[in-house]
Design a protein around this ligand. Structure first.
Ligand code: GLP
Length: 238
């Protein structure tokens, strides 16, 4: 694992973008996956800027979103799909070769889960999986106790996740489940970038990177990944 501690949030975001840029320069047709949440906002900005400036070519690349709140779709402010739409897909002046944004509002959520598996399977494996970390150590919606080999699944949200989610949409929505890429799909990615910023992430990050490898702290399973980049700001690394 490579741990890169950056001076601040912007440096963290730019560094993560550089790693994705390098990967796409070598593997232009890779499948890439980014998370939702607050952490990747600056990374999305850097990525969009680089693509629009012609520094990253996404014309052969494929994109898949990481997770979604069950019951929320792309038009729902605060959802992961909305975040992807507003911060990635709309500002991009060029398109990915293929894009799959998980629809948490699908009338048949099991079929939606299968579509997510199908999309990933079509391209074999994720090239770069960019991740944030939840305060309970979740990645995507792989909550405590997640099976390390899992594919896409629907999961009951952990109490911590249900508390934290208010920052995205207040009391407007109260989802109880999430739909997510599975830990097995994340761990199979050629490269994983885990980003964390802010002092509130320091404790869980330490546990994830230096504590025991256990499904009880899903991000700790990443310790076994052969090509893991942990990119943080200073406050999250202390
Ligand atoms: C959210 C999402 C994750 C995200 C994580 C951290 O609930 N399910 O994909 O990476 O929790 O979110 P944030 O970046 O807002 O701290």
């Amino acid at each position: 694992m490579k741990i890169i501690v950056c001076n601040d949030y912007d440096a963290m975001s730019n560094h993560a973008c550089e790693v994705v840029k390098e990967h796409l320069a070598k593997f232009p047709d890779a499948l890439i996956s980014f998370p939702g949440g607050d952490t990747p906002l600056g990374f999305f900005r850097a990525f969009v800027k680089a693509v629009n400036a012609g520094e990253i070519d996404i014309s052969c690349a494929k994109y898949v979103s990481l997770d979604e709140w069950v019951g929320l779709g792309i038009e729902d402010e605060g959802s992961c799909g909305h975040f992807n739409d507003v911060n990635l897909l709309k500002p991009l002046k060029k398109s990915f070769a293929k894009t799959h944004i998980i629809d948490g509002k699908a009338s048949d959520i099991i079929t939606e889960r299968d579509k997510l598996d199908g999309f990933i399977e079509t391209y074999g494996v994720i090239g770069v999986s960019v991740l944030g970390i939840g305060l309970n150590g979740h990645v995507g919606f792989n909550e405590e106790g997640t099976a390390p080999g899992s594919n896409a699944h629907i999961i009951d949200l952990a109490p911590t996740t249900r508390q934290v989610m208010k920052k995205y949409f207040g009391d407007k929505f109260s989802p109880t489940q999430g739909i997510t890429q599975g830990m097995g799909q994340i761990l199979a990615a050629h490269k994983v970038i885990l980003m964390a910023n802010g002092a509130h992430k320091a404790e869980i990050l330490k546990k994830a990177l230096h504590g025991s490898v256990t499904p009880e702290v899903p991000a700790s399973l990443l310790q076994n990944h052969p090509n893991l980049y942990v990119i943080t700001d200073k406050t999250a690394s202390t």
